[in-house]
Design a protein around this ligand. Sequence first.
Ligand SMILES: C[S@@+](CC[C@H](N)C(=O)[O-])C[C@H]1O[C@@H](n2cnc3c(N)ncnc32)[C@H](O)[C@@H]1O
Length: 270
Amino acid sequence: MHSKKESLLKRWHSLRINPKRCAKKWNHQYWQNIDNCRVISCANCPSFNEQKQACSINFGTPLRKCVVSSIEAHFFDCKNKDVLEIGFGRFKLAKKLIQRSGGTWTGVEPRRPKNETPVIGKGGYGHATHVPFPDKTFDMVFAVQSIEHWGQKAGGVREPSSYPDCIAEIRRVLKPGGTVYLDAPVHFHGNEMFIMGDVDKVRSLFPEDQWKNVNIEKWREDYSPLQRYTPGQNEFNDWPIEITSYSKEQVAEAKSNGVVWLLTVTAEKI
Ligand SMILES: C[S@@+](CC[C@H](N)C(=O)[O-])C[C@H]1O[C@@H](n2cnc3c(N)ncnc32)[C@H](O)[C@@H]1O
């Protein structure tokens, strides 16, 4: 839950979010290439305030601060783009940045009433395996803290979806050359590949004959000098329901030593 002060800071950030300021902050290589991933360590992150030795995003959990930074980095340049958000919930930061940079935001969300049909420029009912738009509609498709739930078994809103089906649906509604952005927490909740931080499995969702420029970013895996952020008992309760493909030893290791970090994947449709 947000405190009143946090809610105000969040609203203030959202009110002031501005494509030019984001471009200035993020329009350079803000990552280090390590093992075929883009690593954003807290110490080298443009959001890190060196003087205060703290993250300059002054609201939200450590994970949400990374989500906000990643949105600032990925959505400041959407001029003339038709952009679809899957699982938009109530978080409007990306929508604001897209619209303020001259793009059109459209959304689908399974928790909206079924008769609320989405139209270009508005949100409505839809889900990752059923996006009610024709082929090749969008320049960009994205989901914030949603993909890990698409194939979730515990307490999900419906039967777990197949990830290849979801990615095929995204690919169907993207124009050729269109891009996808997805982010998810690692060592936290949802489908087992995200709980276990299985970067290879995430990458394998984007076969080379269908996608190019597949990039995976790791935010906050290297959290020093900020605090360690770990999953709690609430998250651990669901792990035995979700995790069936990894050994007991791998799960025990993730439980004892895993820190929560943000994974993002971006790719371009061939
Ligand atoms: C943790 S919330 C995140 C909401 C919002 N994007 C944010 O960052 O605050 C997960 C969202 O994903 C949506 N979701 C879950 N399963 C989905 C599916 N199969 N297809 C599309 N959206 C889904 C949920 O309804 C919810 O809005």
